[in-house]
Design a protein around this ligand. Structure first.
Ligand code: TXA
Ligand code: MG
Length: 397
């Protein structure tokens, strides 16, 4: 069979990067690492190329894709902003780019409507990863890229995760770490200033924060992510005093793909493993709130031997730990950055455990976790991975 028609992983040598850049230019698909998650990229100015992203992922056309660029000036050409909005854009890009912030605003004529999912708004982002930047540079194009997973599944943070989900599509997947020991390493960065650490994929591990410029005086966080609400507010309030309001939407729409144009991508089920997943009620407070929760899985008792338990801060009592099929802690030291970095890889590891029927995830909505910076962004992924379903320790036998 013709290997051209299937996804393949390549090392990020200069030669491969140039070839991948040409592939984008010619309408093809390239998956690449960013500091958040892997993206599935195509030329953002070519509507047929963008359509092939939706096809490969099985993604509904109602969900817009982010456009990746490497010059803030160029991003301005893709947007239609008032003078005041340009000032806001400038402050955001100066402070957070390159980095995990996507700025959504009215799109210019350059952007095909499919990229905006017919909303007339486009998200732009300058990724902070040398390979993403090199790919954009070699393609000479802005690159439209959603996360490189099959629609609704756990986001990918390694080249193999992408291959696992999208093997049947003709995608070149750039490996985040060059496996060739010899001289290939020299080729990764034209400027020769990248370190081994910089080559690592997806250090942040969850997606970018998506921030919409709604008007001259209003910004809305559509998705929590790598940049915290606190740092956004700090920068904006510092510069504009209290003339600009920042709010965040806490919206979850049911799993239909025709709703939610105002804030697409808010589906209840998202980032979901292929086996049943629940949030395990906050163990520290479990005695107090056994009676008061809706949406629990109290109907059937669960067998711990079929469960993979994912912990945070070593909460699970030893008696339960030893009974689980498998156990992992996202961060024993209650470090949210570490948990974010681990979450998607651990979810994929969990669904692949032999005999696993259920995944249990930690509840970060209560203290002492709630007030940890960015715990909301991590919990947002946990909540959607479990479609909001809860279980508690009393449901186990
Ligand atoms: O970190 C990230 O943002 C990664 C990397 C690859 O850059 N990309 C990513 O893309 O997570 P995706 O498509 O999986 O998620 C983008 C989210 C979706 O929820 C989408 O609905 C929202 O951002 N979004 C993108 N463009 C938008 C727009 N024009 N208006 C409203 N929401 C938008
Ligand atoms: Mg995604």
């Amino acid at each position: 069979c013709d290997s051209k028609n299937f996804a393949k992983i390549v090392n990020p040598t200069l030669e491969n990067l140039i070839e991948a850049g040409n592939k984008i230019k010619n309408g093809g698909l390239v998956a690449f690492p960013t500091e958040t998650v892997y993206g599935l990229g195509a030329n953002a100015l070519d509507k047929d190329a963008v359509l092939s992203i939706f096809k490969a992922k099985g993604r509904p056309l109602t969900d817009p894709v982010i456009v990746h660029i490497i010059e803030s000036e160029y991003a301005l050409k893709l947007l239609k902003l008032t003078e005041k909005q340009k000032e806001i854009f400038q402050v955001l890009s100066d402070n957070f780019w390159p980095g995990p912030l996507t700025i959504v605003a009215k799109s210019s004529e350059l952007i095909p409507m499919i990229v905006t999912a017919e909303t007339g708004y486009v998200g732009v982002r300058f990724p902070n990863h040398p390979l993403a930047q090199q790919l954009i540079k070699h393609s000479g194009k802005p690159i439209a890229a959603p996360s490189a997973n099959r629609f609704g599944h756990v986001s990918p943070t390694t080249a193999n995760h992408v291959l696992d989900d999208l093997a049947d599509s003709p995608i070149t997947i750039l490996n985040s770490i060059n496996n060739n020991s010899s001289c290939d390493n020299k080729d990764i960065d034209d400027n020769n200033n990248n370190t081994k650490e910089e080559e690592e994929a997806c250090k942040i591990g969850i997606e970018s924060t998506v921030l919409k410029i709604v008007s001259d005086s209003e910004l809305v966080i559509l998705r929590r992510g790598g940049v915290s609400e606190k740092s956004l507010k700090c920068v904006i309030n510092n510069k504009f005093k209290d003339t600009i309001q920042i709010t965040s939407i806490n919206k979850t729409v049911e799993n239909t793909t025709s709703q939610g144009q105002e804030a697409p991508g808010q589906l209840l089920t998202h980032y979901a493993p292929d086996i049943q997943t629940f949030i395990l009620d906050n163990i520290l407070n479990s005695e107090n709130d056994n009676n008061n929760n809706n949406n629990k899985n109290n109907d059937n008792s669960l067998d711990l031997k079929e469960c993979v338990y994912i912990d945070f801060g070593n909460q699970l009592p030893n008696e339960f730990k030893n009974q689980c099929l498998a156990y992992r802690d996202l961060s024993e030291n209650k470090n949210i950055l570490e948990a974010a970095n681990q979450l998607f890889a651990v979810l994929r590891w969990s669904e692949n455990q032999e005999g696993a029927k259920i995944i249990l995830l930690p509840d970060l909505r209560k203290e002492p976790f709630k007030s940890l910076d960015n715990s909301e962004a991590v919990f947002d992924r946990i909540f959607r991975a479990a479609s909001g379903k809860q279980a508690n320790l009393s449901t186990f036998n």
